[in-house]
Design a protein around this ligand. Structure first.
Ligand code: AMP
Ligand code: GLY
Length: 427
């Protein structure tokens, strides 16, 4: 089967790597891909917002299955265009992608279905938002309703900060994404990421992960797309996973089916593990980046078969297997990230770094210029390793990083610290 993978980040390199191992795969295409993906797939410069162009490419190359990596094409309805043309694909419809596309939509669904999440209000004007805020305790969380590339959330320690966040949203700081504001109760606990495949009816638990959102060591500095991750997340005990499936994932799948907008794809739940149990912070309707890099290292089943079973509504007859090993990934970002990253600096030493036992290097923002490998984005490389423990995976990843010669980039030096501390405490 010929497969087209949409996207070009570290998540898609990891997906391409796992898809390449499938005996079902004939030829892999990626749009746009990156320099790492180009070693596994034919990279093509398709405008994925142009659905007719994507359909024409699918017909021309005899593509039997399309995997949509990022959220933007999902929220824009690429799945619907593929479905209308009878093309099998992995990724939810535009209506189901509202679970990520509108935070207010998800909060209302949680309320309807009794899914544990923070108390909230939805507002379309500043006066009503300020009036609601005045009656709430702080800290409190202010969110732009729509997609804002991870930048639309302010965890406000004071009422003044929350007021400023409301005003920023309504004055257009996030464009159309900020036309509605969600004000949400602050949830206290440890965060975890949970992934489940959903075929519209059945949900199949995948694995757990934790990421590091802040740019600096000790979880300091501005938020990013994620500076590193590891899997499994120790806070996700078997009991917490069970509760997450029973109280959050399955009721969501049932509610979406009941609305006539069944969810098919991967549901990525951002959770807060509170004293009362897991609560939903937010949904994403695609795999996490960089969480996917660690999940794919641990997955031993055929990813393409799992995605086809998801699309076919056949997950009740399906199962996936994982290595017991832990996986950890460290993001190397270009100097300047998460502000304006420096582009075009040369990266050397990846071959040597790739020889460290258990290590895979996934590319995020890279491109080739002849023989040279150049940085071409904010997050540039994901140095990923397996190990018997998180500590071992961490040591291997940082050994590999020490062999990479890239003065134009940086990384955090403490990815996985929380899990490593737990392992040390257990002895
Ligand atoms: P989101 O984009 O909704 O995942 O929010 C980004 C980050 O803000 C999350 O990863 C949390 O660290 C934090 N956050 C969002 N909502 C809440 C909440 N209700 N309580 C505490 N922290 C939150
Ligand atoms: N790493 C968080 C995300 O993919 O949204």
């Amino acid at each position: 089967m010929n497969v087209l993978l949409i996207g070009g980040g570290g998540r898609e390199h990891a997906l391409a790597w796992a898809l390449s191992a499938s005996p079902l795969l004939t030829t892999l295409y990626a749009a746009p891909g990156n320099a790492g993906i180009a070693e596994l797939a034919h990279c093509v410069a398709l405008d994925v917002a142009d659905h007719a162009a994507v359909l024409a490419f699918v017909a021309e190359k005899g593509i039997g299955f399309v995997v949509i990596g990022p959220e933007a094409p999902l929220v824009a309805g690429l799945s619907d265009a593929l479905a209308a043309a009878g093309v099998q694909h992995f990724g939810p419809s535009k209506a189901a992608a509202q679970l990520e596309g509108s935070k207010g939509f998800t909060k209302d669904l949680c309320r309807e279905a009794g899914i544990p999440t923070g108390a909230y209000g939805r507002f379309r004007d500043a006066a009503a938002a300020h009036a609601y805020l005045a009656a709430q305790p702080v800290p409190i969380v202010v969110k732009a309703d729509g997609l804002a590339a991870g930048k639309g959330v302010v965890v406000a320690a004071t009422r003044a900060e929350a007021e400023a966040a409301i005003d920023a949203c309504f004055s257009g700081a996030f464009g159309a994404a900020g036309a509605e504001v969600v004000i949400e109760e602050f949830l206290d606990g440890e965060e975890a990421s949970f992934f489940a495949l959903c075929d519209g009816q059945t949900a199949l638990a995948l694995a757990t992960a934790q990421d590091h959102k802040r740019v600096g060591d000790d979880d300091t500095g501005p938020n990013t797309g994620g500076m590193g991750a590891y899997s499994p997340a120790p806070v996700m005990t078997p009991e917490t996973v069970q509760r997450t499936m029973d109280e959050i994932i399955r009721p969501t799948v049932a509610a979406m089916a009941a609305r006539g907008t069944p969810f098919k794809g991967v549901l990525f739940a951002g959770l807060m593990i509170t004293a009362e149990g897991p609560k939903l912070i937010e949904y994403n309707v695609r795999f996490g980046d960089p969480e996917t890099q660690v999940l794919m290292m641990r997955l031993t089943s055929d990813l393409l078969a799992a995605m086809i079973a998801t699309a076919d509504g056949a997950l009740d007859h399906f199962d996936v297997r994982w290595r017991d090993d832990a996986a950890l990934t460290v993001v190397m970002a270009a100097n300047g990230y998460p502000g304006t990253p420096e582009k075009g600096t040369e990266i050397r030493g990846l071959d040597a770094a790739g020889t460290v036992a258990g290590v895979q290097i996934f590319h995020a923002g890279t491109r080739r210029d002849g023989d040279r490998l150049l940085a071409d984005g904010g997050r540039v490389l994901n140095v990923t390793a397996l190990g018997a423990t998180v500590a071992e995976a961490q040591a291997r990843a940082y050994d590999a990083i020490a062999k990479i010669d890239w003065p134009g980039g940086f990384c955090r030096s403490d990815i996985g610290w929380r899990a490593v501390l737990r392992e040390t405490a257990k002895g």
